[in-house]
Design a protein around this ligand. Structure first.
Ligand SMILES: [Zn+2]
Length: 413
């Protein structure tokens, strides 16, 4: 039994902070959350004094690319180093991500099911994973890997990351089934281009027709998989929502279609904005990427504010990978800069994020009966949310009741 005693609790439900909180952990789960001083603890209890610190649910990133390590072509295609080196590089990212308080991550493409298995078996440390393997798109969409010179990817097909390019309507269901067979928990697809996609396939340029997207969502749902859809704006964004995807990823130009926000709120479609990635795209060496990222910046922030006002649930995602793996909590600060309060931004990275992933019965909030995924922060994130990016301030991380990082002795009080 572990007892975290005397901290300020932000429980992830959206409720305000509670000081003098005690969280009792037995085995994997939270047994009690109380503000009583409680002198009736069993003698074997490990009491951890966290006074002056903040207790949060384990943080969640709903859009990451843990196995991606750069935007340049050779890195993206994984041909710049041996596969084993690349796999170990990814394992290191998984370990580091957990150690800074991210106890659950949804991978939006690139990570194969072997990493999840390795974590489950205890071979490596890492967050709880919800994986998509690859990005389903039609020919010419963002899942279609063709170089600027027109050549196809030179890698032999990896059976763990099945071909995700849809040639026609008849192709949609088999592609979804193969991805699920290879171990996907969620289906990732794309109905528009993005900031970093090829010239001519930008944020408002569509991919997929409505009938194809309807087949995709129907098939995914028939296999009990949610659909996370990369959609920035225009016709592709409308089609994704009409087809009934479960989350809109990026969603930068949602502000241009307020009626879509009402539909999202009604149907419980989550909005996963990804502000962090565009900070990097705005500094891209490629002019078309830079321009797109600059153009969408204000729209993205306005989309967040309008979505929140319309009652759409927001879930935090970084889209990390291409720009490396800086602190995932950078996104929480971006959400605050774009208009959420720190408390709302924290909910987007905890309680709402767990709902977006379908894991809300087990994680996302600090409540009796939930898995003990907890982060203790030396500082007050409501006062300065950037403290979450400072690893020295992430004093303690528990995943399923197990201590996976402990910097309590060094943490500033
Ligand atoms: Zn992405």
């Amino acid at each position: 039994m572990k007892v975290l005693k005397g901290g300020t609790l932000i429980d992830g439900t959206g409720a305000g902070p509670v000081s003098g909180a005690t969280v009792v952990v037995r085995d994997q789960r939270i047994e009690a959350v109380t503000t009583r001083a409680g002198g009736d603890l069993p003698s074997e209890a490990e009491v951890i004094d966290v006074s002056g610190m903040t207790i949060l649910p384990g943080l969640i990133d709903c859009h990451d690319h843990l196995a991606m390590h750069g935007y340049d072509l050779a890195r993206r295609w994984g041909i710049d180093e041996p596969q084993s080196t690349r796999a170990l590089r990814t394992a290191k990212v998984l370990q580091d991500t957990l150690a800074v308080g991210y106890t659950a991550v949804r991978d939006a493409g690139g990570l194969d099911a072997g990493f999840k298995r390795a974590i489950d078996e205890g071979l490596i440390a890492g967050p709880r994973l919800v994986i998509s393997l690859c990005i389903v798109s039609p020919i010419g969409g963002i899942g279609d890997r063709v170089s600027p010179s027109g050549f196809s990817c030179c890698l032999p097909n990896d059976p763990l990351l099945p071909d995700s390019v849809v040639n026609s309507l008849a192709d949609v269901r088999p592609v979804v089934r193969r991805i699920v067979r290879a171990g996907a928990d969620v289906i990732k697809c794309a109905t528009t281009g993005g900031a970093s996609s090829r010239p001519g396939h930008g944020p408002r340029d569509g991919a997929f027709n409505l009938d194809e997207m309807q087949a995709l969502t129907e098939e995914a749902h028939a296999l009990d998989r949610r659909v996370m859809c990369h959609a920035l704006g225009g016709r592709g964004l409308q089609i994704a929502i009409e087809a009934g995807v479960d989350s809109i990823e990026h969603g930068c130009y949602l502000d241009e279609e307020p009626e879509l926000l009402d539909t999202m709120a009604e149907r419980g479609i989550f909005f996963v904005p990804t502000f962090a990635v565009y900070e990097y795209h705005r500094k891209s060496a490629l002019a078309h990427v830079r321009e797109r990222a600059q153009h969408l910046q204000e729209h993205h922030a306005e989309s967040l504010r309008r979505a929140f006002a319309a009652g759409v649930k927001i879930a935090a995602g970084t889209d990390a990978g291409g720009h490396g793996h800086p602190s995932n909590a950078m996104e929480i600060e971006c959400l605050v800069k774009a208009g959420l309060t720190p408390l709302q931004a924290l909910r987007a990275a905890t309680g709402w994020a767990a709902e977006c992933l379908g894991l809300e019965r087990d994680v996302g909030t600090v409540e009796k009966g939930k898995l003990a995924d907890l982060v203790v922060v030396a500082g007050d994130p409501l006062n300065d949310v950037a403290v979450l990016q400072d690893h020295a301030h992430i004093a303690l991380v528990l995943k399923g009741g197990e201590t996976v990082a402990n910097r309590l002795a060094m943490a500033p009080r």
